[in-house]
Design a protein around this ligand. Structure first.
Ligand SMILES: O=C(O)CCC(=O)C(=O)O
Ligand SMILES: [Fe+2]
Length: 292
């Protein structure tokens, strides 16, 4: 099965349908070259200063990583909070949660000479595996052209939803996400993927962000990574994505806080962002079901 690559005019229903079918899909040139260049420029100093700190067998020896993206690169807001990405995430994750949030947000620069990263699924951070329930949606933005040679992300279309305990998909059937700068590779948390060897003489820069169900603990602590005073610089929707909003309604909430959350002091959540979402968990809902 090949990786489907759509034009940026694709609508969210089409992207989500292929994503559910194949476990992955790419949308070419979704972000402008101006925006991707800005983000790459904003990330540069911290990538150089801190990028090698997270070297490990899994992360690679010749790969720079930087996780404090929104403290350093305000332009990245236009990627993680992109309307199409959010509309796709709504379709993939909202069947299982009232809302979802950023789980990790990491710039990854694969340097020349790096070898293949082990293929993996990102949802193994959670000790549950429920058939049909996606816990995570990942989006890899290419901040330069991704190619076969320079370490374009490898992904295995159709590899999602193999119950972890039972069997493995055929791990030899990966495709490389060859995509121009500014493209977005979507992959489910259950889809096998990994970084690739860089056999070129230039580095490969990408920004990978993942969204998890709102009742799960994010992979990276977003409150420490993007504390309230930094979060307050961004839109209400992005603040909510960073976790500055409880999950659930009424008595069935998690993540609530006594008093006003510091990230909301000047701009409370837009009511519009919550309309149309499930009311499951309210007393009114329980009453309607005969349970209250
Ligand atoms: O850098 C890439 O292309 C993928 C990285 C990845 O999947 C990971 O580190 O979990
Ligand atoms: Fe991954």
């Amino acid at each position: 099965m090949d990786l489907t690559v759509l034009d940026r005019t694709a609508d969210a229903d089409t992207v989500a349908r292929i994503l559910q079918r194949d476990g992955t899909v790419a949308v070419r040139e979704l972000a402008s070259p101006d925006l991707t260049d800005t983000v790459a420029r904003e990330l540069r100093p911290q990538l150089d200063a801190e990028g090698l700190r997270s070297r490990s067998a899994f992360n690679g020896d010749l790969t720079l990583r930087y996780g404090g993206v929104l403290t350093t690169a305000p332009g990245a807001a236009g990627l993680v909070d992109h309307d199409l990405v959010i509309a796709v995430a709504d379709r993939i994750l909202l069947p299982f949660a009232e809302t979802y949030r950023i789980s990790s947000l990491t710039a990854i620069e694969i340097l020349p000479g790096e070898t293949d990263q082990a293929l993996h699924r990102d949802d193994t951070i959670y000790p549950i595996d429920i058939a049909g329930m996606e816990l995570i949606l990942g989006v890899m933005w290419s901040l330069c052209d991704f190619t076969m040679e320079n370490g374009g992300t490898r992904v295995i279309p159709g590899s999602h939803r193999y119950s972890r305990a039972w069997h493995l998909p055929d791990l030899s059937r990966w495709s490389v996400a060859e995509m121009q700068k500014g493209s977005a590779l979507f992959f489910l948390g259950s889809t096998w993927h990994g970084g690739a060897a860089n056999r070129s003489d230039a580095s490969r820069l990408g920004l990978v962000n993942s969204y998890c169900l709102g009742w799960l603990r994010p992979e990276v602590n977003q409150y420490l990574t993007t504390p309230p005073e930094i979060a307050a610089r961004y839109s209400p929707r992005l603040r909510a994505l960073l976790g500055y909003m409880p999950h659930g309604l009424g008595d069935d909430r998690c993540g609530s806080f006594r008093g006003d959350c510091p990230a909301w002091v000047s701009t409370p959540p837009e009511p519009a962002w919550r309309t149309g979402r499930s009311q499951v968990g309210t007393m009114a809902d329980a009453r309607a079901q005969g349970g209250g």
